[in-house]
Structure formats: structure tokens, C-alpha cells
Write a protein that binds this ligand. Structure first.
Ligand code: TMP
Length: 221
């Protein structure tokens, strides 16, 4: 299992995907695999700047908001940078790359949430990322309500303790997140080979075990 393999984690804010990504990284490292982890937006110095603009709720007042198509283009600018500077080089060296969000997020949030439509997002993915997709996507999609409550609480905590404010998306209403949720389900139906959806709310341990089994199976193919 020394060849490179690209895995993305997707889901709503507060779905537990970041926790699961970290657990998978630890488990695979213990097996002796070289693991590279990153998140989008972010993961490169340019990406971290873009993340600041996109996620900080003060952006609304300071920059007069972000047009939906500009938001999509910034997400893809970040993605292009991490593909060229991190993801492709790591895969070429045989690493397993675990990425917290990728293009499915743009289709769910900008395509459905902001209403740009899947076609525009998919066209941008073809143009900017050359259509490059992961070998496996783990989609964590527990019931919507619990995810939102967890995400909003976490952001309040971070705003108080770290002075960072990444709540620009979490401030969106339940209708926005309803559209994001439904689009994720649609992506899972459409790309049922690439995307494995975990929709129940089992324990962190049980889900981590399930994910590890899936990853072993896919990497052995
Ligand atoms: P996270 O790092 O906590 O998952 O937050 C990233 C936020 O950015 C999250 O609210 C989803 C949003 N996002 C998009 O709207 N489109 C994208 O393409 C990506 C990668 C993230």
C-alpha cells in the first residue's frame, strides 16, 4: 500500500469530520504509511489568507460582503494552490493525503447554499482542478439539527478563547443549511462509488472503525 491515495472528508459544520480525519491519520500512521493532512480553505500560506477573508464574519462589514461567484472563485483559488503546492507533490511521493473538504463543499455550499447551481461549480472544477477527484470521499451526514448546534457552540467558544471569528458561514440560517444538506445527499447518490455517506449518529469510535475498514478496502483495490 505504498502508492499515493487521495481521501477527502465532507459534511456540514459540526458533523465531526475533522475529528474523524485526525483519527484516521493517526491509525494509518501507526501502520507505517506516510500521511499528509490539510484543510480547505487553508493548507497553504495563500490558502490561510483566503480562509481569513472567507470565514471571518467581519468580512461582511469590512469588505462590503462577497458576491457568491467571488466566493466560489476564492474557494477554487485556494484549491488550485493546495493542489499544486501540497496535494499533487505528496501523492507523487506515495503519501496518503487526507483533505478536510474539497470540491463537494463548493457544490453544496456555493452551488446549493448560495444558489449558483451545480453546473457552474462543476465547470469551475473542470477548469481549475482539471477535474481531479479523490479516490474516496467520506461524507459525514448526521441529522442536520445536531450538527448546526455543535458548530455554532464551537464558534462561540473559539471567538471567546482564541479571538478568532470563523463564523461567517455558521451565521447562515437553517434554510441555507437545508439546501447544503440535500445537495450532499444528491452528490452521494450521484457519485455512489467515490462517496461513502455515513448518516447515522454512532459513537466516534464506531465511526472511526467503520472509516478505517472502508479505507483499507479501497486502498487494497
Ligand atoms: P471548516 O474548516 O470548519 O470545515 O469550515 C470551512 C467553511 O467553509 C465551512 O463553513 C464550509 C465553507 N466552504 C465552502 O463554503 N465552500 C468550499 O468550497 C469549502 C472548501 C468550504
Amino acid at each position: 500500500m505504498s502508492r499515493g491515495f487521495f481521501i477527502t472528508f465532507e459534511g456540514l459544520d459540526g458533523s465531526g469530520k475533522t475529528t474523524q480525519l485526525r483519527r484516521l491519520a493517526t491509525a494509518l500512521e501507526a501502520e507505517g504509511l506516510r500521511i499528509v493532512t490539510l484543510r480547505q480553505p487553508g493548507g497553504t500560506p495563500l490558502g490561510d489568507r483566503i480562509r481569513g477573508v472567507l470565514l471571518d464574519s467581519r468580512t461582511e462589514a469590512e469588505l462590503g460582503g462577497i458576491a457568491p461567484a467571488a466566493e466560489m472563485a476564492l474557494m477554487f483559488a485556494d484549491r488550485a494552490q493546495s493542489l499544486e503546492h501540497v496535494i499533487h507533490p505528496a501523492l507523487a511521493e506515495g503519501a496518503v493525503v487526507l483533505c478536510d473538504r474539497y470540491t463537494d463543499s463548493s457544490e453544496a455550499y456555493q452551488g446549493a447554499g448560495r444558489g449558483l447551481g451545480s453546473e457552474r461549480v462543476r465547470a469551475m472544477h473542470a477548469a481549475v482542478c482539471n477535474g481531479f477527484q479523490p479516490g474516496l470521499t467520506i461524507l459525514l451526514l448526521p441529522p442536520l439539527e445536531g450538527s448546526l448546534i455543535r458548530a455554532r457552540r464551537r464558534n462561540e467558544r473559539h471567538t471567546k478563547t482564541r479571538g478568532t471569528d470563523e463564523s461567517r458561514f455558521e451565521r447562515e440560517g437553517d434554510e441555507f443549511y437545508g439546501r447544503v444538506y440535500e445537495q450532499y445527499r444528491e452528490i452521494a447518490r450521484r457519485d455512489s462509488t467515490r462517496v461513502v455517506a455515513i448518516e447515522d449518529e454512532a459513537s466516534i469510535e464506531a465511526i472511526a472503525e467503520r472509516i478505517l475498514t472502508i479505507v483499507h478496502e479501497r486502498m487494497a483495490d
